[in-house]
Design a protein around this ligand. Structure first.
Ligand code: SF4
Ligand code: SF4
Length: 235
């Protein structure tokens, strides 16, 4: 009874403490995506669709679970190339900030009331938002199956698709993707130019299920002549 009494005594404290991960981390791991880091597909044809996340209520239940499963070990931060090169981005800080914010509004939030401020006011700032290289390191090192990268990409989606706000440097890349299906705006007929003169087969079966086509020449990773882009995938 003594032990049970101690546990019951601490129960009201758990939801607001970092020890909530004792409950949430196993649940989070159980609901981990089959392909960690995979983005939810967008249906751009759907009317009145809201894309990405501006506020906490726009995040999926899994993203909110991430915030409560985090054990604050900072492994993701240490593995993050943006953080280690001095950028304002810390994947751990995003999740912890979301959790603190949720703790402050928990009752209203559970009743379906709108949260008071956007994620950009407390979880991210402009520099952090665009500093992520989508390298997936934070997803791969997280011991409880969190996907901090997807929190960032949800906010990016809202910025780009709902507000039309993105760094000027991306203008050309977006135009290229819209018109030609690749960020450089190169014609599809030039798709295999990079393999010219090579004795190896120009493509191979992708070892991962990430390629939508199943065939994977790595995207944006093979430099062509004079530094020009040489390969991308998209059917
Ligand atoms: S995906 Fe983004 S946040 Fe995660 S480690 Fe890479 S750069 Fe950092
Ligand atoms: S690695 Fe996972 S558990 Fe550790 S701080 Fe980052 S998100 Fe939290």
């Amino acid at each position: 009874m003594g032990r049970l009494g101690s546990i019951l005594l601490f129960l009201p404290y758990f939801p607001r403490s970092k020890h909530i991960h004792l409950f949430m981390a196993p649940i989070n791991l159980a609901f981990r995506q089959e392909v960690p880091g995979a983005l939810l597909p967008l249906d751009l044809e759907k009317e009145e669709e809201k894309f990405g996340a501006e506020k906490l209520e726009d995040l999926s239940w899994k993203r909110l679970l991430d915030a409560y499963a985090c054990i604050m070990c900072n492994r993701c931060q240490e593995a993050c190339p943006a953080y280690t090169t001095g950028k304002a981005l810390s994947p751990a800080a995003i999740l912890i900030s979301e959790r603190y914010e949720l703790n402050g509004i928990l009752q209203d939030f559970a009743q379906g009331k709108e949260s008071p401020r956007p994620l950009m006011d407390f979880a991210l700032n402009e520099e952090a938002l665009w500093a992520c290289t989508t390298c997936m390191a934070c997803v791969e090192v997280c011991p409880v199956g969190n996907e901090p990268m997807l929190h960032i990409l949800d906010v990016r989606r809202a910025k780009v698709l709902m507000e039309g706000e993105f760094p000027q440097e991306l203008n050309n890349a977006f135009r290229g993707m819209e018109r030609s299906g690749n960020p450089w705006g190169l014609g599809q007929d030039k798709r295999l130019d990079w393999a010219e003169g090579s004795t190896s087969p120009p493509w191979r079966r992708s070892p991962t299920p990430r390629s939508s086509t199943g065939w994977g020449a790595p995207q944006a990773t093979i430099p062509g002549p004079r530094g020009s882009p040489a390969a991308w995938w998209r059917s």
